[in-house]
Design a protein around this ligand. Structure first.
Ligand SMILES: *[C@@H]1O[C@H](CO)[C@@H](O)[C@H](O)[C@H]1NC(C)=O
Ligand SMILES: *[C@@H]1O[C@H](CO)[C@@H](O)[C@H](O)[C@H]1NC(C)=O
Ligand SMILES: [Ca+2]
Ligand SMILES: [Ca+2]
Ligand SMILES: [Ca+2]
Length: 368
């Protein structure tokens, strides 16, 4: 029904030069007066457009135009995106002219135009053409080669579009294409530890902002030690415009770091350290791994009291380490005139001991 209506429309058009917009998913296109011979001095353009996600497949069922050198008299011209895809005339292809034959034409995008033109004569009563077009799905999953447009993990094609999904443990970013990880809150409270970019040593996730916090008691100083294996996307001229590692330690900042040179060892002199890792939406880079450790101030070396001993006896004590002072048999610990079995002392964050070394005095034996 629609085709019939459409064709009365083309007959009507055949009087002059005109343009017809076609937006249906398929239709038949006939040259003016088809199947009778086409009129002279006629020009018609059919502008076909279909929704995004489709291409147009154009096919000629019948083709019979006046042949001429390079099709300069009568022709059917197919254009898309400002480019001429083909110019046809005659019945069969020759060295200088091309007829469509049985080959379909596929548009690069979702629009295509077909122009019919005849010059001042049609003495041999050429009949013109009868063509069909149909919208065909683009399989974005297999046809796209540009990394910027394809899915990061999984691609699913459907008629008229496609969508992306991510491997377990990942989330689809709002760009609907890249897969990010949730890594904004990793807290480390142990005095030593290992931190790596997600999936290390495999490429780290795209479009992610990760935050790793090391929070220790005041008095500890965190030292970070990045392994030599370090690979964060960089740029030859601009400093870390895509992906970077930044470190905040108290009021100090280290970085941004990127490239293939490891930051090595970083003495933060702080007990609170934040490691920020940003990645953009492209690239495959191996990431980074670090170990951290914490050290505190050291306290003065202790001398055991006369007639007493220190447990454990070490050449050096640092923050949080404890010792026990005991006296030899027959003696007791005396501190501030208090008599006790033993005294515990702790190395404090400022590098002093929590107590003075006590003295050992002979036990006061009660008289019977
Ligand atoms: C048809 O397409 C041609 C070329 O793209 C353009 O110049 C013309 O304005 C279009 N006509 C209509 C009616 O859309
Ligand atoms: C992603 O998909 C949602 C839902 O399908 C849509 O509303 C949104 O506009 C898309 N975003 C982008 C950047 O394409
Ligand atoms: Ca002619
Ligand atoms: Ca598709
Ligand atoms: Ca990147």
């Amino acid at each position: 029904m629609r085709i019939l209506l459409f064709c009365s429309f083309c007959m009507w058009l055949s009087r002059g030069t005109d343009a017809v917009d076609l937006t249906e998913m398929f239709a038949e296109i006939r040259s003016p007066n088809f199947p009778d011979s086409y009129p002279t001095d006629s020009e018609v353009t059919w502008n076909i457009s279909v929704p995004e996600g489709y291409r147009i497949r154009l096919y000629f069922m019948h083709f019979d135009l006046e042949p001429s050198y390079l099709c300069e008299y009568d022709y059917a011209k197919v254009e898309a995106e400002g480019q001429i895809l083909a110019t046809f005339c005659g019945r069969e292809s020759t060295d200088t002219e091309q007829a469509p034959g049985h080959q379909a034409i596929l548009s690069p995008g979702n629009s295509l135009s077909l122009t019919f033109r005849s010059d001042f004569s049609n003495e041999e009563r050429f009949t013109g053409f009868d063509a069909h077009y149909a919208a065909v799905d683009i399989d974005e999953c297999t046809e796209r080669s540009d990394e910027e447009l394809t899915c990061d993990h999984y691609c699913h094609n459907y008629i008229g579009g496609f969508y992306c999904s991510c491997r377990f443990g990942y989330l689809l970013h709002s760009d609907n294409r890249t897969c990010k990880v949730e890594c904004s809150d990793h807290l480390f409270t142990q005095r030593t530890g290992v931190i790596t970019s997600a999936d290390f040593p495999n490429p780290y996730p795209k479009s992610s902002d990760c935050l790793y916090r090391i929070e220790l008691e005041e008095g500890f100083f965190v030292t970070l030690h990045f392994e030599d294996r370090f690979d964060v996307e960089d740029h030859p001229e601009v400093s870390c415009p895509y992906d970077y590692v930044k470190i905040k330690a108290g009021r100090k900042e280290f970085g941004p770091f990127c490239g293939e040179k490891s930051p090595g060892q970083i003495e933060t002199r702080s007990h609170n350290v934040q490691i920020l890792f940003h990645s953009d939406d492209s690239g495959e880079n191996g990431g980074w791994k670090l170990t951290y450790s914490a050290t505190g101030n050291s306290c003065p070396v202790l001398q055991p009291p006369v007639n007493g001993k220190i447990e454990p006896l070490q050449s050096q004590y640092t923050f949080k380490e404890q010792v026990l002072i005991r006296c030899n048999t027959g003696y007791n610990v005396f501190k501030d005139n208090l008599e006790m079995e033993s005294l515990q002392m702790e190395c404090q964050k400022d590098g002093t001991w929590s107590n003075k070394i006590p003295t050992c005095k002979m036990k006061e034996t009660r008289m019977k």
